[in-house]
Write a protein that binds this ligand. Structure first.
Ligand code: ZN
Length: 72
């Protein structure tokens, strides 16, 4: 389920991420993870929702997300 729109998608249509020590990274296979769907990647509420999960500020959250996307 996407943390932003709360809709359900196939796993291949979702980006699986995790937050470790206030850093958002791709899921390493260990620990808790969360999902974002592709259509929410540009959603204006995403930064806020990411920030809440990771307990960081929305600007930082969005920056880290962008780096993950840019790096594939
Ligand atoms: Zn979504």
């Amino acid at each position: 389920m996407c943390i932003n729109c709360k809709e359900r998608f196939l796993q291949k249509d979702l980006l699986r991420l995790q937050c470790v020590n206030k850093k958002i990274t791709k899921h390493s296979g260990i620990g808790r993870s969360f999902y974002i769907c592709k259509k929410c990647l540009n959603d204006k509420n995403l930064a806020k929702n990411l920030a809440k999960i990771c307990k960081i500020d929305p600007k930082t959250a969005l920056k880290m997300l962008k780096e993950i996307i840019d790096n594939g």
